[in-house]
Design a protein. Structure first.
Lengths: 400, 400
């Protein structure tokens, strides 16, 4: 076997990959000297790997009311493991015995119905990979004092495979009356969180979900039943679903008046702006990470849109002066997280990294200035502007 | 609000869904009387839900050598949660510190190289959803004494999103010599499990994987590095990868001579039959489950093929006399699990449920008799015949 030529190797590999610490020799590292560990019914991460975790933010003194954020900077691909899916609770996480739980459908229907979770499971099922995102994700960036990491700024979004029954199937059972225009969905949590949803979306792709990534919903995701309203702000995907009231007008519930409505420049509130428009963010390198000297780095991140499919993602390494198209992980799915990948040769100087996406309707993610010019400085929810990460010559990465 | 008409409801719903126990009333179940639980950094299933688990089979007195099987009958959709991915170990589960681990690439290359896991992470990444299946899955069915549940008979298959570096990228770094025809991949487990892989597949879609479903590989899945050879028998996707030896002929290792080769009718062994051909199985209803009286049931299961995409799945409820096409969960991905769904109105009489799939090349899953006529009765590995579940009038479901 040919002996390694260390100088030549360094030259070639450095050009392609920026690696400077490879070595080579004739023998691999030693194999394990003894039999390994036993098998386990339910696997766990390696003890050598720092387990990615959600970061919890309590909004009240009583614990459980607030949010926890997905560690986007630590994750690969597009599937969020269920234990790391973001949470947003308004009265903590209920513990519901499915044998005691029911879902009532009433109001403008031919026949009011109740279903146990077991009965919902009997209907024809539907599974699909979707993103879910809190309407309030990224509001810190609008406020002009963005959090230091992508988990803190953008972590109220996740992507998983959901399973349930199309809401249209259940509504067909109850029989919608002609005047039916809205459905008010109510949860069984202590706050009885309620949202109004237009009937068209209920009959389109909305699910009564009971499964996530193959398993039953976790309690914090609405066990045993939740709504899943694809592409719309997460708050309407009501968890611990106990009631669907069919009516001809919205409820004007606290969560669609005092919250989850955007303040317009004219001082009025924009209500029922449900769709999460196209957005993207670089997750690596991102705030709090550091680069180990000049050379090759892959810039990667996530993009998604409630309007359908992402058509393209562009990356800039000079603060938006020039852009180049990133590669998208295939397949690009409707209303799902899309991973983008862009090769970057860092020269070791200060750099500002940005991503911007365009959806299949032609809509392009705005800059922060463009967003504020359109929506005003206090719009709050549904902020989706381009995010910048500042790479300093010392390799540190900070928000701008 | 109109009062429920229980008789009419039962008639309608029973016709559509076979439900007999729905009730209806004007009020939903009570909401939670107090604030719910706190948030957790890493979520867990509901205590009310029986956690699906892998079933472990030890092959030797020393624990850790054998297999654990995915609970296919309990899972929804197509994504297997990482802690439930099947395992097959030949010397237990190594505990590898990535700071001490290296991967050596040598043999017929211009420059032998070693990489630390951190260095592998620096290359451009690739993520894709693939199935992985042990070449020995379903061998009990060939033997004529099939196990009682689908977990026991078919549970050596799972589907997850894998992330890693294309092996072609790493081989380009080392520089393949013209005579290079095979790569012998060796693990760092105590058995130093080794398999030979044709160079064409190594340059096609084979990955050096380090991520699964967003997180780092679990130890039992090869942490910190493994091969992932899409569509081929799982044994070649060598875990705990420590060496890739490039050569002009296969190693004829114990795992490709004494094992993972099929005995042909002429008494010779068929070697290097890597591809997992098209197969399907009904996971619900399946052995050990029971039906609660006549009415509507959704028949559902999984189909997959190492040859590419599944084109269609058909279901029979009369033991193969008549067939009807099932619905396929979208999107149908290349070399990935596909969920099929078929609505069934059970009349309460004995029934034999079967599924058969056809891949995009036109190949159709054979019956057991067809398979034995072609491959003989002792072929062992790569068994992919149609599976039958016998539903008795009492609602019990058994293997046939």
């Amino acid at each position: 076997m040919r002996k390694p030529d260390r100088r030549r190797f360094l030259t070639t590999t450095a050009a392609i990959a920026g690696l400077t610490s490879c070595s080579s020799k004739d023998q691999p590292p030693a194999a394990q000297a003894s039999l390994g560990a036993h098998m386990r019914p339910y696997g766990e991460p390696s003890p050598y790997e720092q387990q990615p975790v959600r970061v919890i933010r309590e909004l009240t003194a009583s614990k459980g009311t607030g949010s926890s954020r997905t560690p986007l900077q630590d994750l690969y691909g597009t599937i969020t493991p269920s234990p790391l899916h973001y949470e947003r609770h308004h009265a903590g996480v209920p513990s519901i015995d499915p044998a005691q739980h029911q879902l009532l459908i009433h109001g403008m229907v031919d026949k009011p119905l109740t279903f146990t979770p077991a009965e919902i499971h009997r209907f024809p099922s539907f599974s699909r990979i979707y993103f879910l995102e809190c309407g309030g994700n990224m509001v810190g960036d609008l406020a002009g004092n963005p959090p230091p990491t992508v988990q803190a700024s953008h972590g109220l979004v996740s992507g998983t495979e959901w399973t349930g029954v199309p809401l249209a199937t259940i509504l067909r059972e109850a029989g919608l009356q002609p005047e039916a225009k809205w459905i008010i969905a109510e949860g069984a949590d202590h706050s009885r969180m309620a949202r109004s949803i237009p009937i068209e979306k209920c009959l389109d792709d909305t699910l009564i979900a009971y499964g996530q990534n193959g398993e039953a919903l976790r309690p914090e995701q609405g066990y045993p039943l939740r709504l899943l309203v694809p592409g719309w702000e997460g708050n309407v995907s009501v968890k611990w679903l106990r009631r669907l009231f069919v009516t001809d007008k919205p409820a004007m519930s606290v969560k669609e008046t005092a919250y989850y409505s955007e303040l317009r420049p004219d001082g009025k509130a924009e209500q029922f702006s449900f769709v999460m428009e196209a957005r993207s963010v670089i997750t690596k390198p991102s705030g709090g990470q550091s680069l180990q000297g000049p050379g090759f780095y892959e810039i990667t991140g996530l993009s998604w849109t409630g309007t359908g499919k992402i058509a393209k993602v562009e990356v800039s390494t000079d603060g938006g002066k020039s852009w180049a198209e990133a590669k998208l992980q295939q397949p690009v799915l409707d209303k799902a997280l899309v991973r983008f990948l862009y090769p970057w040769q860092w020269d070791g100087k200060d750099a500002v990294l940005q991503s911007r996406c365009t959806d299949e309707t032609g809509y392009t993610q705005p800059t922060r200035d463009q967003l504020i010019a359109t929506r005003g400085p206090h719009s709050g929810y549904h902020y989706n502007a381009i995010k910048s990460w500042y790479v300093r010559a010392d390799g540190s990465v900070k928000h701008v």
